[in-house]
Design a protein around this ligand. Structure first.
Ligand code: SAH
Length: 476
């Protein structure tokens, strides 16, 4: 982050604006909207600017800028087309530790203006750190269409009730839960529909009925998908943004953890193979402990919580303690990795069914029913099978699966560093021996793997397949 976004209180403060043209007018209009007393100094001042300044009790000085004008200034903006003058203003301000903005000259700015979405009291500032103002503006345009004007009235309504709610709920967490219910429920809907009176009545009655001592929280067991944050569900994202505590695994990508509420406590509970930062019992206990404290606990898992995720066990513990919970499915690795690798799991010509199988063998091959797995016309997907790959493939061949059956490893599926390695049951273990694709990795076995060559669309691999990255020229 190159700049820290802050919101400046300018009410009744003096802002010095050097320049009197259209650009200065735009800045003056922002400053006056924030209640600033604006002093404009320029040789020529646009009449519209004069009118605006007068209307807001500012001052227009027609004449030469001099550093004495900075005496009372809380901040200063240079909006002239005279580079020397802009530089002078910059140096004078910096010398006096006054924040300065020189329009369209980022190196001379100690603060910059964001693109603004104004739903006062809700205000959104968007900045590209000066790298691409156009991008920031495009994003603003998107937000403008997304965020109804009603947010402004909703913000004011909340402001009116703030003190009262504070008195009812002395505990900050309870207060937040109350507001989240209000702001995501009927009250907000009424405001957006323009029925402010009904919204106010609803809010009053919710406050009357509120039980500030109610203590049990809730657990959200949420599937975070395979890694690409865009594969989250809306529901997952909503719960991620309202939880007080987040317990997450190794498999959940940092980009996804980042989308959780900023001030939520984040607890890493690990779980890589053979490396459980917190054992399963410990995780169950943590869930119960936080929920009984009245917190909303997000249990965030990679992929889908009910597919090799031990989600069921965690819920059984919650059930024993009468803790309410919700479960949100996620896109499981089999589905995500196969799509991102261009390998349809079923296909009219090749596979009529799919098997999702754990590759973890607890050192005994008899854990899996290989007789069933070798049936033709079905795709086998191995989770957690990277370290047992040679044994799995040996057993498939020993039970009659042809050695030339196509197979693939998809490592870091859906992430920027996704890699796909293809071969056959006989060749893939050795190819992996050399390639050493890292975990997490999913293994797909079946005729459908052939389709990868044609259908691959995601990641670096695709460029290789289509010859877009030229192999290193080797003179030998
Ligand atoms: N609940 C998860 C699976 C947990 S088991 C789900 O539904 O996806 C962990 C295994 O999932 C890993 O060993 C690996 O086989 C697979 N896996 C999870 N995410 C993956 C990813 N992004 N790329 C490849 N494999 C992944």
């Amino acid at each position: 982050m190159d700049y820290l976004p802050l919101f400046f209180k300018l009410n009744d403060r003096t802002a010095l604006l050097v320049g009197g043209g259209q650009v200065a007018l735009r800045k003056a209009s922002l400053l006056t909207r924030a209640g600033a007393r604006v002093i404009v100094v320029a040789h020529r001042v646009d009449p519209e600017l004069v009118a605006l300044i007068e209307q807001h009790n500012g001052q227009v000085i027609v004449g030469e800028y001099h550093s004495g004008l900075l005496a009372d200034a809380y901040l200063v903006i240079a909006a002239t087309d005279d580079n020397e003058l802009n530089e002078q203003v910059h140096f004078d301000a910096v010398e006096r530790n006054i924040p300065v903005n020189v329009v369209d000259n980022q190196p001379l700015c100690t603060f910059i203006f964001p693109a603004i979405v104004d739903r006062s009291p809700i205000v959104i500032g968007i900045s590209s750190g000066g790298e691409s103002p156009v991008l920031a503006r495009l994003l603003r345009a998107k937000l403008e269409t997304w965020i109804p004007q009603g947010y402004s009235r909703l913000g004011r309504l909340v402001g009116e009730f703030r003190q009262q709610v504070k008195q009812t709920f002395s505990h900050v967490e309870r207060r937040r839960i109350f507001w989240e219910k209000i702001l995501q429920g009927q009250v907000a809907e009424k405001v957006f529909a323009g029925r402010d009176k009904e919204a106010r009545a609803l809010l009053e009655s919710a406050l009357e009925k509120a039980d500030p001592d109610h203590q049990v929280g809730e657990v959200y067991l949420v599937g975070g998908g395979p890694g690409d944050p865009e594969l989250l569900t809306f529901k997952a994202l909503r719960l991620m943004q309202q939880a007080d505590v987040v317990l997450y695994d190794q498999l959940v990508s940092p980009a996804i953890v980042d989308l959780c509420r900023r001030d939520a406590d984040r607890i890493f509970v690990g779980k890589r193979r053979d490396n459980h930062a917190v054992p399963q019992d410990g995780i169950n206990e943590l869930l119960v402990k936080h929920a009984l404290q009245g917190q909303r606990v997000l249990r965030l898992k990679g992929g889908d919580p009910f597919i090799f995720g031990r989600g069921g066990e965690e819920l059984e513990t919650l059930k024993q303690h009468n803790i309410p919970f919700q479960v949100v499915p996620g896109i499981t690795a089999a589905s995500a990795c196969s799509t991102y690798a261009g390998i349809p799991l079923t296909h009219r010509n090749y596979a009529q069914s799919v098997r999702l199988v754990t590759g973890q063998l607890k050192n005994r091959t008899s854990d899996l029913n290989f007789e069933e797995l070798v049936h033709p016309n079905q795709t086998i997907v191995f989770y957690m099978g990277l370290h047992t790959l040679p044994t799995l493939f040996e057993q498939l061949i020993a039970h009659g699966k042809p050695a030339e059956t196509p197979a693939a490893i998809i490592s870091n599926g859906t992430r920027a560093d996704q890699r796909v390695l293809t071969g056959t049951l006989s060749s893939l273990p050795e190819l992996q021996e050399q390639a050493k694709l890292p975990a997490p990795a999913l293994i797909i076995v079946g005729e459908v793997v052939q389709l990868h060559e044609n259908l691959a669309w995601f990641g670096e691999e695709v460029l290789h397949n289509h010859g877009l990255i030229l192999p290193d020229a080797n003179p030998d």
